[in-house]
Write a protein that binds this ligand. Structure first.
Ligand code: PXG
Length: 291
């Protein structure tokens, strides 16, 4: 069992508990990150911390440490747990308050860092044969509402989207935005490859994924033209390849959406190339912070 960092202390997993008056629980009032460590290096830790602090600003939450201090706490939590390969889940909640929604009653944010041994999201066979998706009826959060660009604790949209896909036997949900544009998966960003050009939606209607940004760089290095533009289901259904990416999923080919095959229904060469290249950049001092 792992030890969890909870407001300045390391506590056994079974004893890591928060108050029922925490606004993170009462209202989903908080933010989080999902990070991975490979081979002793925390992949893109600075980028994840940057996103965490931007998310905090977006909800007017003051994290009680500097980014450098937070980084050190993450590394220390990994050391305390003697982990070199791990999934890391830092979260900051608004903290204990009254039952009303007014944040003024919350005097101190709660900082939690969970680190766990990595369990693969999808089995290796799924990467070989490719994933299936279902276009969910649950639209992503509108950009003039709770922004999909902020990693806050209100993940019910994503939970319901995934649940719907799962009920219908698909591996992941494809979410559209309220205008019908493709936005992202329930926990990953999407790329399509169509007529020699890679497309991905701009980060207005989806989370600015750290894996997404890494893949944008890798595609540049591999010489693929990329357009960040909005597109609809029609473009996805007529794409030559569809690819998902995220901290948990890494890089995954999508071979079927809503019961319709993408091209020949097999993982395509672009996705396999990107997946291989991604595997080469993780677990390296150039892309991570040493534990
Ligand atoms: N879109 C959404 C909605 C996400 O939640 C991504 C894209 C990919 O971002 P990164 O930075 O990981 O490339 C996410 C990822 C998990 C987990 O178990 C990850 C997320 C949310 C919930 C669980 O890794 N966010």
């Amino acid at each position: 069992m792992s030890k969890v960092y909870l407001d300045g202390e390391y506590v056994e997993e079974k004893d890591a508990k928060v108050s029922v008056f925490d606004h993170g629980l009462l209202y989903g009032d908080g933010i989080f990150e999902g990070i991975r460590a490979y081979d002793g290096y925390v992949f893109k830790l600075d980028e994840h911390l940057d996103r965490l602090y931007r998310s905090a600003r977006a909800i007017n939450l003051e994290i009680p440490f500097t980014e450098e201090e937070f980084e050190e706490k993450i590394l220390e939590t990994l050391r305390v747990n003697d982990l070199k390969e791990a999934y890391i889940r830092p979260l900051v909640t608004r903290g204990k308050g009254s039952l009303g929604i007014d944040t003024a009653s919350c005097k101190e944010p709660s900082v939690i860092i969970i680190v766990k041994e990595w369990e693969a999201l999808y089995g290796p066979e799924l990467y070989e044969k490719g994933l299936t998706m279902l276009t969910t009826s649950i639209r992503n959060q509108p950009i003039d509402g709770l922004p999909p660009t902020v990693k806050h604790l209100n993940y019910l949209t994503n939970v319901l989207a995934f649940m719907q896909a799962d009920v219908w036997g698909a591996d992941e949900a494809l979410m559209l935005d309220t205008h019908g544009n493709v936005s992202e998966g329930s926990a990953d960003n999407i790329f399509i490859y169509r007529k020699g050009i890679v497309h991905t939606p701009p980060v207005t209607n989806n989370l600015p994924g750290i894996t997404r940004a890494t893949i944008v760089d890798l595609l540049g290095e591999l010489g693929y033209p990329l357009k960040e533009d909005h597109f609809g289901l029609g473009e996805v259904m007529t794409a030559d390849e569809v690819m998902l990416c995220g901290t948990a999923a890494e890089v995954a080919p999508v071979v079927e959406i809503d019961g319709r095959k993408i091209d020949d229904g097999k993982p395509g060469p672009l996705c396999l190339e990107v997946k291989e290249k991604f595997g080469e950049v993780t677990g390296k001092p150039e892309t991570g912070v040493a534990i």
